[in-house]
Design a protein around this ligand. Structure first.
Ligand SMILES: Cc1cc2nc3c(=O)[nH]c(=O)nc-3n(C[C@H](O)[C@H](O)[C@H](O)COP(=O)(O)OP(=O)(O)OC[C@H]3O[C@@H](n4cnc5c(N)ncnc54)[C@H](O)[C@@H]3O)c2cc1C
Length: 572
């Protein structure tokens, strides 16, 4: 029988099976961590240890089958609950993440799209030369390999795609051989509203109606994700160790030089034994946007007042760690459909498409005192950071090339409308009373009134869309909960009672920006103020792009690997 991952020598299950030191230690064997580990071990000259707290899937059908086919084992998931959200009628909100080798890529919805060029160009504008769309495109290519849809799908559905935006990389992007017929009606309803189809959705034109491939193998139809694509081909390398089932506690720093020299960790199920391992060159943080800030904070890198409250010695006061938290909040209009459809299509709509009130929304947003709706600790560099972001977001409101709203064409009993560029900001911090427990994930969704106003217009847009002739042919009937809801005040109260904070896209909590703009890492991904430590996961995004995040995370990680390989020991 074929050798299964569990039998491979490079997998370690206990601390005694490991070396004392490695060139690189990667914290988190998820989407970004496995990508970077593969590239750093490629030429055989450097040793790498990845420490992952989760399990290994061993080709479990619940992981490798596409998402609509399976139920994910709770063991493979982090499911965190927020504190009551003041702007959401005091409701708590959940956020999920992958607690498994492969991280989010092992459990996600496999919708494999990219943001528009403006989204990434905004990253560059926030003090990050080398991070615009044209800079990232080679890395989007490097991570991916595209297979065109079969002819029936391409011709029967008029699927548009831009194969030249992909490369020969390990993640397979392909279209399933079956699409639900109901999708055609929903798609046509957007055309009836005047929305145009993008012919270059992966090349920077991610607005209008788009087709997105799935991260799916075109032959086996299995999930294509970081474990089989980046880890498996590398697992026999003698310079690559993966320790599973162990949780990183802290990063250790030399007291005099502030250089990260190693990490401490312990088995997830045995709180007793703590082990340390040394990194000769760099510690690479890839624990995801939910956990990376907490690990930094625990290690004394973060907002001074928070660390002091938790009794943690402050190594460097870096106010941005854990702040600037963004996700894609969404509303759901109850509708009864006579069918269920999941698909590879979505509408990504600029504000100008959503509402004629766009100019007045821009005026309203511009007139805001930036500090008015932020959590009270957003002062100093954090406030400067927000002002810079706010200006770019408001500029984007007037652009036809950047989306404010997503409507996934995958309706079940409700029509979803997703806010792509929120102005509200939350935080993900360690719990001062229990720094080693779950972090406190505080979304603060809808705290900014402009977000509420845009969602209100999105609600109205969805209602119009559902009334289009093609959707009506499907027999769409608005559910009782929203019938008659039409004034701003009525819609607002429905939103506050119903909006969900997370589209499973937590990000931006260790933002790549200059320290003077509240940033945590620079464009080289090294953490400000310390040495030998970088961050490579979804937390480094300064602004959330208008897209599902996995393709962007792979591209960021591919670029991170080149940056890490390219630096001399003295640069770190
Ligand atoms: C349910 C779900 C559905 C999604 N749907 C889509 C989709 O359809 N399309 C799309 O493009 N994106 C989707 N996403 C988002 C996308 O998958 C994630 O943004 C991306 O995988 C994040 O990558 P990352 O490397 O930042 O973090 P992760 O992949 O989450 O990796 C972090 C890793 O670190 C580990 N870790 C955390 N703390 C520690 C610690 N202390 N010690 C050791 N290890 C630790 C975790 O177990 C995890 O494996 C979805 C995400 C989820 C969760």
């Amino acid at each position: 029988s074929p050798v299964k991952h569990r039998d491979i020598a490079s997998i370690k299950r206990s601390a005694d099976a490991m070396d004392e030191s490695y060139d690189y230690i990667i914290i988190g064997g998820g989407t970004s961590g496995l990508t970077v580990a593969n590239r750093l071990t490629e030429d055989g000259t450097k040793t790498v240890l990845v420490i992952e707290c989760g399990v290994l899937d061993n080709d479990d059908p619940s992981i490798i089958f596409p998402p609509w086919d399976r139920h994910i084992d709770a063991q493979a998931i982090f499911n965190l609950t927020s504190p009551p959200q003041p702007a959401l009628d005091g409701r708590t909100q959940n956020v999920v993440g992958g607690a498994i080798v492969g991280g989010g890529s092992a459990v996600n919805g496999m919708f494999f799209d990219r943001g528009s060029a403006e989204d990434y160009d905004n990253w560059a504008k926030l003090g990050n030369p080398g991070w615009g769309f044209e800079d990232l495109l080679p890395y989007f290519r490097k991570a991916t390999n595209f297979t065109s849809p079969i002819r029936d799908i391409e011709e029967g559905w008029n699927v548009t795609y831009d194969a030249e935006a992909y490369g020969n990389g390990p993640i397979q992007a392909s279209f399933p051989p079956f699409l639900y017929p109901g999708i055609k009606y929903q798609w046509r309803s957007f055309l009836e509203m005047g929305v145009e189809t993008s012919s270059r959705p992966a090349s920077g034109d991610a607005y209008g109606l788009i087709w997105a491939p799935s991260s799916e193998d075109p032959v086996s139809r299995e999930r294509s994700f970081a474990r089989p694509s980046y880890y498996d081909p590398a697992k026999a390398r003698p310079n690559y160790h993966l320790l599973i089932g162990h949780k990183v506690l802290n990063i250790s720093f030399a007291a005099d030089t502030f250089r990260a020299y190693g990490v401490s960790f312990q088995p997830v199920n045995d709180t007793g034994t703590v082990t340390s391992v040394k990194a000769e060159r760099e510690v690479v943080l890839a624990a995801g946007a939910l956990h990376s800030p907490q690990i930094l904070q625990r290690s004394g890198v973060g907002p001074k007042s928070l660390l002091e409250k938790a009794g943690i010695e402050v190594r460097i006061d870096l106010p941005g760690v854990g702040q600037n938290f963004q996700d894609h909040p969404y509303g759901a209009m109850p509708y009864t459909w006579p069918f269920t459809s999941l698909s590879n299509a979505a509408a990504f709509l600029p504000l100008k498409t959503v509402t004629e009130a766009w100019a007045s929304i821009i005026d309203q947003a511009k007139a805001q005192d930036p500090s008015a709706y932020l959590p009270p600790h957003y002062t100093g560099t954090l406030l400067e950071s927000y002002k810079a972001q706010q200006a770019l977001i408001i500029e984007g409101y007037g652009s036809k090339k950047s989306a404010i709203m997503e409507v996934p064409i995958n309706v079940k009993a409700t029509a979803l409308f997703v806010l792509e560029k929120p102005l509200s900001r939350g935080s993900i911090n360690l719990n001062p009373d229990n720094p080693y427990g779950d972090p406190i994930v505080d979304f603060q969704s809808l705290s900014n009134p402009t977000d509420v106003r845009i969602l209100t217009e999105m609600f109205r847009y969805i209602r119009k869309w559902l009334a289009m002739p093609s959707n009506q042919q499907l027999g769409a009937v608005e559910g009782n909960a929203s019938v008659g809801v039409s004034t701003d005040a009525e819609i607002e109260s429905m939103l506050r009672a119903g909006v969900t904070s997370s589209f499973a896209h937590p990000s931006c909590t260790n933002a790549m920006m200059p320290e003077s703009l509240g940033g945590v890492v620079g464009p080289d991904l090294l953490v400000h103020g310390v040495k030998g430590l970088s961050v490579v996961d979804a937390s480094i995004m300064p602004l959330i792009p208008s897209t599902h995040l996995s393709a962007t995370v792979y591209a960021v990680a591919e670029k991170a690997a080149d940056l890490i390989k390219g630096r001399a020991l003295t640069d770190v």
